[in-house]
Design a protein around this ligand. Structure first.
Ligand code: FMN
Length: 431
């Protein structure tokens, strides 16, 4: 079982530990000739890294993306793409105090019992740092997703909820409520000072998704999104549309009625029967409080003795503030797979990006053919000059154009257009 691999059509394999030399990802099945969005990926990695606000871990990493394979002159080569981000500020010594201890609510206990060996330094693969691979890989999905828009923002942090959503209110906590923002930052500062942590709820919206993504019965879009989001460390629950509120609603309240213009409500969150219905997809997920806290708590050692543990090292006060780009990355990976599958089964290309990619490829082929033609015609010119033959041969040119026009006619291409193009090509080849 490849438990560090994700995706069927856009397959990724993630690797690396928090305190190993690097974190990385291998992406296979990417066609050749696709623009490699280095800057976009770096931008997304910068969004994810710690230090974006004073409530995140103070680990200082530049998270600089390095491309080891699969990309040449800015384009994919069709070979496996290997992306790595080196760990420069691991400070493993900070973690020696938990060498023999299971941190409450972290992965230490279950990892150790399963694998009998555990990289306690920064939690190995159970570290938030692992999420770099997801963000890096998802950058390659952008062009396939076209105009699909994904937004993710906190709607609850600790005891604070969004009461008045203001899209235009910007701050480094991504908090969309100006009415309680100051109180929220004061609250987070207090939590941080006391060495404690808090959780929260993130809302995700997906706009411009076509109808028909997702498949019965084990490949439902909501099921795949749920798995992807729950695979992120510290996420403990997810709800779509009205979610858990649906329990107290009646059918007449919860149903999304329809008229000629479409759905009149979106209690289902844009997915019915596991398939996107053209409505905005909306879901929320809950993030638990960061397990490592600077507060003494009861736990046991590897040998089963009871002890008290108080975390040291650099930890996020609230993981919600770090998780937003990771959630978007996972959504992208799920959607890209669903889109690829849909294309395969329907045999239709409904994405303009694909058409554009195909056109770009054809234009490049035309350019390559023109360059080759020019080289050969230069050889012909040299031969003619050497053998004192006239460079211009009107008969041959007319013959060529007339043959091409015949073929163009057969292939339903405008013959005058073909004549004009080849007159230009022939003129150029004589220069
Ligand atoms: C982006 C991100 C940052 C995280 N930062 C921390 C951290 O600083 N300290 C910590 O103890 N856990 C942190 N976590 C959470 C742990 O990785 C997670 O709780 C642990 O792997 C156990 O998994 P579970 O909570 O899903 O059961 C972070 C998770 C993510 C996704």
């Amino acid at each position: 079982m490849k438990s560090n691999s994700f995706g069927k059509y856009f397959g990724i394999t993630a690797f690396g530990e928090s305190h190993g030399p690097a974190i990385g990802v291998v992406i296979e099945d990417v066609r050749s000739g696709i623009r490699f969005p280095l800057e976009e990926i770096q931008k997304a990695l910068n969004e994810r890294k710690p230090g974006k606000n004073k409530f995140s871990s103070t680990r200082q990493e530049d998270d600089k993306l390095q491309v080891l394979s699969g990309v040449f002159e800015g384009k994919t080569t069709g070979m496996p793409i290997c992306l790595v981000i080196y760990n420069n500020d691991a400070r493993s010594k900070d973690y020696t105090h938990l060498k023999d201890i299971f941190r409450p609510s972290h992965a230490d206990f279950s990892y150790f019992n399963k694998f009998k060996i555990y990289d306690y330094r920064g939690s190995g693969r159970a570290s938030g740092r692992e999420t770099i691979s997801r963000v890096a890989a998802s950058g390659l999905a952008n062009d396939i997703l076209g105009n699909v828009e994904i937004s993710a923002y906190p709607v609850q942090i600790g005891k604070f909820s969004i009461t008045k959503f203001d899209e235009n209110f910007t701050n480094n906590l991504h908090w969309k409520d100006s009415t309680n923002f100051t109180k929220l930052t004061e609250y987070l500062a207090k939590i941080q000072q006391s060495g404690n942590s808090v959780g929260g709820i993130v809302e995700v919206k997906i706009k411009n998704l076509p109808i028909g993504l997702g498949d019965p019965v084990f490949e439902k879009l909501d099921a795949n999104l749920a798995k992807a989001i729950l695979s992120i460390g510290s996420v403990k629950g997810i709800e779509f549309g009205d979610g858990f509120q649906l329990a107290k609603m009646t059918g007449s309240e919860a149903n999304d009625q329809m008229d000629k213009t479409g759905f009149r409500s979106n209690h289902s969150g844009g997915i019915l029967g596991g398939i996107s219905n053209g409505n905005e997809i909306i879901f929320r997920f809950v993030v638990k409080p960061t397990p490592s806290i600077n507060i003494s708590q009861k736990t046991v050692t590897k040998s089963g003795e009871e002890t008290i543990f108080k975390a040291k090292g650099r930890h996020d006060t609230c993981i919600v503030l770090r998780i937003l780009p990771v959630a978007k990355a996972m959504v992208k990976l799920v959607l890209v797979d669903a889109i690829c599958h849909q294309k395969l089964i329907s045999g239709e290309n409904f994405n303009i990006v694909d058409y554009r990619e195909a056109l770009d490829k054809i234009d490049e082929d035309i350019l390559i053919a023109l360059a080759r033609r020019k080289k050969i015609s230069e050889k012909v010119k040299e031969f003619k000059q050497k053998n004192k033959i006239d460079i211009e041969d009107k008969n041959r040119e007319n013959e060529l154009i007339s043959t091409l026009k015949e073929k163009a006619n057969l292939w339903k291409i405008n013959t005058e257009f073909i004549k004009n193009i080849w007159q230009l090509i022939l003129e150029n080849s004589k220069k």
